[in-house]
Design a binder for this molecule. Structure first.
Ligand code: PLP
Length: 387
């Protein structure tokens, strides 16, 4: 076998359009939050079909923090989320002195199990944070019904869910309070680092915009372009520094235009994996229900009991063949901070634990060629069949 290049687990897909727009931002003299960010926000709201406000931030983590703050989540409050997520979903609750209440997943979808949400509600519960794992929509009908019944807020962690449809509707347009997208380097569209907060309620949007930039009552763009004296501003809250720069937004403007095509490419690649790996001792990830859309941020397979190789050895064997894999996720309750703070046992969330122990994320990104994917498929087959 000829020496092949290392196939990384993930790569961004950045074209000349993004590069030219970034250069344009840099030449314009306006590199922080300004006209490109305004355009990116307007484009994003329009891409969702309008009727929502889009607030650009420097990460989804920042956006989730702003969302919970705007909804009034504070010390001692409880927010229910999944154990099978990235730490950002839960850490933002701790920023506010609130507590994540973790619940287990539906082992078929790897998404939060709505039946377990209801069982976790206490008098202190204020909100639910579903995470659309890998880009497959959560059972939002059930989650929103629980929220309505118990008067809880819903903040969607949509870091994986661009574009995802649930019940035919795009995530970002559902009846939750706030939805937060991520443009981190490995996500389905990227600004390097970045995120977008989306909501319908004008007061929540206003609060997010205020707290995004130090609690200043006008943002820098207005400050330097309005006809009032430019030096004057008022601080009305101890805000954060969460704004997205125009350099980053310049990338985002063009990434967003490609989002639907990227999804189609990811869908085709996911379908090919699922077709070509179907006979192996694997649990393959489910597709979206008819009429819905899976963003396919991740392609997560799980080793079945019939597999004769361990998960860790499998990933090492892929690496030895020059292929990067990953694991999504190490459940929160296994991490020292969450385990020790909330006295959690591995067995507390058995479905999340079992899924983690079997999980392998294969490379899935639009810069992969057909040959790259064939190489991954051949390697998976060779490792699982012993030849
Ligand atoms: C990536 C990710 C985040 C955080 O996104 P950033 O933009 O890096 O802050 C939050 N939640 C989940 C589930 C993620 O995968």
């Amino acid at each position: 076998m000829s020496q092949q290049h290392f196939l990384p687990f993930a790569l961004p897909d950045i074209g000349e359009e993004e590069i030219n727009e970034v250069v344009n931002a840099m030449r314009s003299g306006w590199v922080t939050t300004g006209p490109k960010t305004k355009q990116f926000e307007a484009d994003f709201a329009q891409w969702l079909g309008g009727g929502v406000e889009a607030i650009a931030v420097n990460s989804a983590t920042s956006g989730l923090h702003l969302a919970l703050e705007a909804l009034g989540i504070g010390p001692g409050d409880e927010v229910i989320t999944t154990a099978y997520t990235f730490t950002a979903s839960a850490e933002v609750m701790r920023y506010l002195g609130a507590h994540p209440v973790l619940v287990d997943i539906d082992p078929n979808t790897l998404n939060i199990d709505p039946a377990r949400i209801e069982a976790a509600i206490t008098p202190r519960t204020k909100a639910i944070m579903p995470v659309h794992f890998a880009g497959l929509g959560c059972d939002m009908q059930a989650i929103l019904a629980i929220a309505r019944k118990h008067n809880l807020k819903v903040v969607e962690d949509a870091a994986h869910a661009l574009p995802t449809r649930v019940g035919g509707e795009l995530v970002g347009k559902l009846a939750s309070d706030v939805t937060v997208f991520s443009f981190y380097a490995t996500k389905t569209i990227t600004t390097g680092e970045g995120g977008m907060v989306v909501c319908r309620d004008a007061d929540i949007a206003k609060r997010c915009r205020l707290m995004r930039l130090h609690g200043i009552n006008r943002d820098a763009f207005d400050r330097y372009t309005s006809n009032k004296p430019s030096w004057y501003y008022e601080i009305v809250a101890p805000g954060f520094k969460y704004n997205l720069s125009d350099v980053a937004s310049a990338m985002g403007i063009h990434q967003l235009r490609k989002a639907d095509v990227f999804q189609q490419q990811r869908q085709q690649m996911a379908d090919r994996y699922s077709f070509e790996l179907a006979d192996l001792p694997l649990l393959l990830p489910p597709g979206a229900p008819a009429g819905d859309l899976h963003a396919w941020h991740l392609y997560v397979l799980r080793l079945s009991d019939a597999a004769t190789v361990s998960r860790d050895d499998f990933i090492q064997a892929m690496f030895d063949r020059g292929i990067g894999c990953s694991v999504h996720f190490i459940p929160l309750h296994l991490h020292p901070y969450w385990r020790d703070t909330y006295k959690l046992q591995p067995s507390d969330f058995p479905k999340a634990l079992d899924s983690f122990q079997r999980a392998i994320s294969l490379p899935l990104y639009t810069k992969m060629t057909s040959d790259d994917q064939a190489r991954v498929i051949d390697a998976v087959r060779a490792i699982l069949t012993g030849n």
